[in-house]
Design a protein around this ligand. Structure first.
Ligand SMILES: [Zn+2]
Length: 691
């Protein structure tokens, strides 16, 4: 018993409808056939194995069909049966391989025979394969014939290199370019074919076969033929395909990609070792890795690519791809792909492919210092943050204790040592509730930042004093502040934040509300060293101040609160315009544009907390605002206000502008001059008499 014919011969299409992936060519041809408007010469060009010669045969068959003009050969008449697969062929359809018969003598021979009428068919059809191999003299010998052929003569030139067919011939033909067959069409066709053959093709093996065929139907069928020949009773398995076709096993690729995602150098170089030890080609591994990265890049850009079929990947592998895609940022993936792609060119003719492969891996593992590397690093950081899965609401619980001990070492008494102090601190926290109060102040935005503290100290109390009940209220209850009749409803989120909190935590006045992009205050704290590093490069003064005297206090929507160790530091931070550099650094590191607000750290500055308690009546009258705590949290609202203005740095103005001459003196019992010199290190140069 003879061995069966090769697949590509057994399944050679007999009609245009069976030719896959070339509809742009076959459809016009069918229309021309049906309408009997067939040209006398055609040029079919395109990559090998994609159906040029087959289409030429179908065209010849359709031309000579007894039913002609028809778009597809009937398959039943004598001519059709002669020209069918496995048929004896027709004397009137002559195939010439120009690779072996392209000389001038062959052309002259052809020319002489061509003038004889067809023996049994309507047309004499010459199919000249590898037409680019016809010598120029040969073409010249044919020129007259192709230009003005007898009515019974048709020419079909098929070539992979249409440019090598001389122009005078080309211009007398109708040119139809064939294309490589898209993987999807090829895959469908293979499945169909395997079904017809009654063999099982594992879904995971299908893409390998398609890839090996590289868009050529004939090559793909040859590959499948080889696999079918070597397949056991279980059909063509993935393992068989990987081994026979020399691909890198998915498991190794998964291992490598996973290790790159986790920056796990040990595993990466372990994979390289396995590749070399198992005798695989390092270049092939790089190619396969690039292919995988390409899939991930697509998947990262188009999350539903697996569903829509943009990526044709079998089920279990799709899940793994999805997981891998989420472990990289887009910049990370493209950077890796670039590196692998560059390495692939180096592999050509390399004498130490293993070394090249290892260098390539090392390059991927070490984040580059160029811009793309930085973006990739940010990608990774963001990824890590989001994978950490710390809900922003729980942030204070686990992060707050960390900075506290170091602060305790620096500051004399940061912890609430007495109930009174704890109460004061709560007052500070509570003071953030009526945070919109300074909004009532006539012109807070125009005040220079360094005057803000005093301004609030002077002008806020009258506002508080107006509704009598608010002042004597225990500071732990913010509610009475809200129904203030004269307080305009404020759209700012700050005023609403406290309502989300059932009770203001004593140690954590920062409302750790999740900001845009899911960043919480803890995320910012984790990234803070990086931010500082960038600030260092932008302005050293700001860096020194922040690295020694500040910490990230809160992230509230689009406002990042930075707590400075004392009022002096806070003021010089504001006055020096440092907020701008922090903004820049945040933009670079995290890619956000937040407002920066500086406050005096209420938990660090116990002096500030205790100082404004000179006498009972004064403290009672002005309890919420002028207390150290109130200043720590309440005053920055004015700063915030000032910084919300586009100009950010307000023009200097009379600090007392907002004050009314009838305002009660808030610093009763405390000498204002003394207060200024103590808090701000001020020295009175001159005194202006306002009387
Ligand atoms: Zn027929």
């Amino acid at each position: 018993m003879d061995a069966p014919l090769a697949l590509y011969r057994r399944y050679r299409p007999e009609t245009f409808a069976e030719v896959i992936g070339q509809e742009h060519v076959t459809d016009p041809l069918r229309h021309a056939l049906a309408a009997n408007r067939v040209n006398h010469a055609y040029l079919f060009s395109g990559p090998r194995g994609c159906g040029k010669t087959t289409s030429a045969r179908i065209l010849a068959r359709a031309l000579n069909c007894e039913q002609a003009p028809v778009s597809d050969p009937c398959g039943e008449c004598q001519s059709c049966r002669d020209l069918a697969r496995g048929g004896p062929g027709s004397v009137d359809v002559i195939e010439i391989d120009a690779a072996s018969h392209g000389g001038v003598d062959d052309a002259r021979d052809l020319r002489e025979r061509a003038f004889f009428a067809p023996i049994s068919s309507r047309y004499k059809v010459y199919i000249i394969d590898e037409a680019h191999m016809v010598s120029p003299q040969g073409f010249n010998a044919l020129l007259k014939l192709v230009e003005e052929p007898p009515p019974h003569l048709k020419f079909i030139f098929a070539t992979t290199e249409p440019d090598k067919v001389i122009g005078t011939i080309r211009s007398r033909t109708h040119h139809y370019p064939f294309r490589l067959v898209p993987p999807k069409a090829l895959g469908d066709y293979l499945n169909q074919l395997c079904e017809a053959e009654g063999v099982r093709l594992e879904p995971a093996a299908l893409p390998l076969v398609v890839r090996a065929g590289a868009g050529s139907v004939r090559d793909t069928l040859s590959v499948l033929d080889q696999l079918l020949g070597g397949a056991g009773p279980e059909g063509v398995t993935y393992d068989l395909a990987v081994q026979l076709l020399g691909y890198t096993p998915d498991s190794l690729l998964d291992e490598a990609v996973g290790a790159f995602g986790a920056s796990d150098g040990a595993t990466v170089f372990g994979v390289v070792d396995k590749i070399i030890e198992s005798g695989q080609d390092p270049r092939r591994f790089a190619e396969d890795l690039l292919q995988r990265l390409r899939d991930l890049v697509v998947l990262r850009a188009v999350p539903d690519a697996l569903v829509t079929g943009l990526l044709d990947v079998p089920g279990d592998r799709a899940e793994r791809l999805q997981g891998q895609a989420t472990s990289f940022g887009p910049a990370d993936l493209t950077r890796m792909a670039d590196i692998v792609n560059a390495a692939l060119t180096e592999f050509r003719g390399a004498t130490a492919p293993r070394l090249l492969l290892e260098l390539m891996c090392a390059r991927i593992l070490v984040p580059a210092s160029d811009a793309s590397g930085v973006v990739a690093r940010v990608d990774r950081l963001e990824k890590r943050l989001s994978m950490g899965g710390v809900p922003a609401d729980q942030v204070p619980v686990d992060t707050r204790p960390a900075p506290a001990p170091s602060v305790a070492a620096a500051a004399p008494a940061p912890q609430p040592s007495s109930p009174r102090e704890a109460a004061l601190r709560q007052a500070g926290a509570a003071a953030s509730a009526p945070v919109a109060e300074p909004d009532d102040v006539p012109e807070p935005p125009d005040l220079p930042p360094w005057d803000v503290e005093e301004q609030v100290g002077r002008s806020a109390p009258p506002e508080d004093a107006a509704p009598a009940p608010s002042a004597p209220e225990p500071p732990t209850q913010p509610q009475p502040q809200q129904p203030q009749p004269h307080q305009p409803p404020s759209p700012q989120p700050q005023t609403q934040q406290p309502r989300h909190r059932p009770e203001p935590p004593a140690q954590q006045p920062a409302p750790a509300a999740p900001a845009a992009g899911g960043m919480g205050v803890a995320d910012v704290r984790r990234l803070w060293p990086e931010v500082l590093e960038v600030i260092k490069g932008l302005r050293r003064f700001t860096w020194i101040m922040l690295s020694q005297n500040a910490q990230v206090q809160a992230l509230d929507g689009q406002t990042l609160t930075i707590a400075l160790v004392n009022a002096g530091a806070r003021d010089s931070f504001v006055a020096s315009g440092s907020a701008e550099y922090v903004q820049q650094a945040l933009q670079q590191v995290i890619g956000v544009q937040w407002r920066i607000e500086a406050i005096v750290d209420p938990s660090v500055d116990p002096r500030a907390a205790s100082t404004p308690q000179p006498s009972a009546p004064a403290a009672q009258q002005a309890a919420p605002a002028p207390s150290g705590q109130g200043r720590g949290v309440g005053a920055p609202e004015a700063v915030r206000q000032a910084m919300r203005e586009p100009g950010s740095v307000a023009p200097p103005e009379d600090p007392d502008l907002a004050a009314h001459p009838d305002d009660p003196v808030v610093d009763q019992g405390a000498d204002p001059e003394q207060l200024l010199s103590r808090e701000l290190g001020a020295r009175v140069i001159d005194e202006i008499d306002h009387g």
